[in-house]
Ligand binder design. Structure first.
Ligand SMILES: Cc1ncc(COP(=O)(O)O)c(C=O)c1O
Length: 351
């Protein structure tokens, strides 16, 4: 039986693979003169954020104030960018507290968000650095034209308690030339009004090996690369051997020659398909389709399933980041040796 000391279902993290992934991309960015600012949403573990910083990352990215609070609680992290429009007095008060503990910066894409930030930072000892979030084609948040970016930069720079730091984008995949063009225009417009664009923050694992094709960027925010997953393997960004996170599951029923059922359902694997067929890749059994999930059951199909009750399998999920959010602890491993459970400190932090 594989990993007999670990009860199932469990989320395994191979630290050897994760560390190699960290070092490989850090090296790529050093070669291209780019700073790395990893997004912790994938691992949610202070120990891995610390490992990313030791490898040379300049700071971390979080999506939520509560994630940042959880990440800094264990120490060793002193520079955080929150890439989310922060709205409402409760969160703004916590943001202000956080700014007293770490070097903090945030993003904004509209004046209402900027007004809230200024209200809470007007009397702060240090101004809060604000990046203008730019929609360079991914159609989520972000000002939609370079001229809007200039106008919001001007607005931020005039607000008490804030300093305009630069531009941030979560880019569309495979559109590097268009992203470069968009950000260059925005930077030129902003410089024309006498402001300095110190930081241009780009990111995303699907485009990680093309990060240098947006040379205006000063830093790259990257999350999934640390574990990789089935969606990145399908895009050709990584191989199965680069996938550090897997779900360990036990076969609990073999009702038919072509079907088996495991003890991992959507409560562990999640129902994220990301455009793929099936809910994960069974290591060593590419013929098996993880066909369906209910909360606690996973249904496997194959021409000949050839599994026995009690047998264990490992599944690389479609989307690693959402899987780590499902469990209180992950089990660390190095190859075939278990190395102990670690608490996922920043899981479930949605505020
Ligand atoms: C704002 C932002 N930056 C960076 C990332 C990292 O993306 P990835 O996990 O593809 O590396 C994300 C992912 O959702 C994001 O939302």
């Amino acid at each position: 039986m594989i990993f007999p000391e670990i009860d199932t279902p469990a989320v395994l993290v191979d630290l050897d693979i994760a560390e190699a992934n960290i070092d490989r991309f850090q090296g790529h960015c050093v070669d291209h003169g780019l700073a790395v600012r990893p997004h912790i949403k994938t691992h949610k573990l202070p120990i891995l954020a610390q490992r990313q910083l030791q490898a040379g990352a300049i700071g971390i990215t979080c999506q939520k104030v509560s994630e940042a609070e959880a990440m800094i609680a264990e120490g060793g992290i002193d520079d955080v960018l929150i890439t989310f429009n922060i709205f409402g007095d409760t969160k703004l008060a916590r943001l202000r507290d956080l700014s007293e503990k770490v070097q903090l910066s945030v993003v904004a894409d509209n004046t209402e968000i900027v007004d809230g930030l200024s209200q809470f930072f007007a009397d702060a000892p240090q101004p809060l650095g604000v990046l203008v979030e730019c929609d360079t084609g991914a159609s989520r948040c972000g000002v939609t034209t370079p001229k809007h970016a200039r106008d919001l930069a001007r607005y931020i720079s005039a607000k008490p308690g804030l300093s305009f730091l630069g531009l941030m984008t979560y880019p569309p995949v495979g559109q590097e030339a268009a992203v470069q063009e968009w950000l260059t225009q925005a930077k030129t417009e902003i410089e024309k009004i006498g402001l300095t664009v110190s930081v241009v923050s780009n990111g995303g694992s699907p485009g990680m090996w093309q990060a240098q094709d947006v040379p205006i960027a000063t830093e790259y925010r990257i999350g999934t690369y640390i574990y990789n997953d089935r969606s990145l393997q399908a895009r050709g960004v990584c191989t199965w051997a680069d996938c550090a996170l897997s779900v360990l599951a036990t076969v609990i029923s073999v009702p038919a020659m072509d079907r088996a059922v495991i003890d991992a359902g959507s409560k562990v694997l999640t129902s994220d398909l990301l455009g793929l067929e099936g809910h994960g890749h069974v290591i060593g059994r590419p013929d098996i389709l993880v066909e369906g999930l209910s909360e606690e059951h996973g249904v496997l199909k194959a021409h000949k399933i050839n599994l026995k009750v009690g047998e264990r399998i490992r599944i690389i999920p479609n989307h690693a980041c959402v899987v780590t959010n499902m469990v209180d602890q992950v089990e660390t491993i190095r190859g075939d040796r278990a190395r102990g459970a670690v608490t996922v400190s920043a899981r479930g932090k949605v505020q």
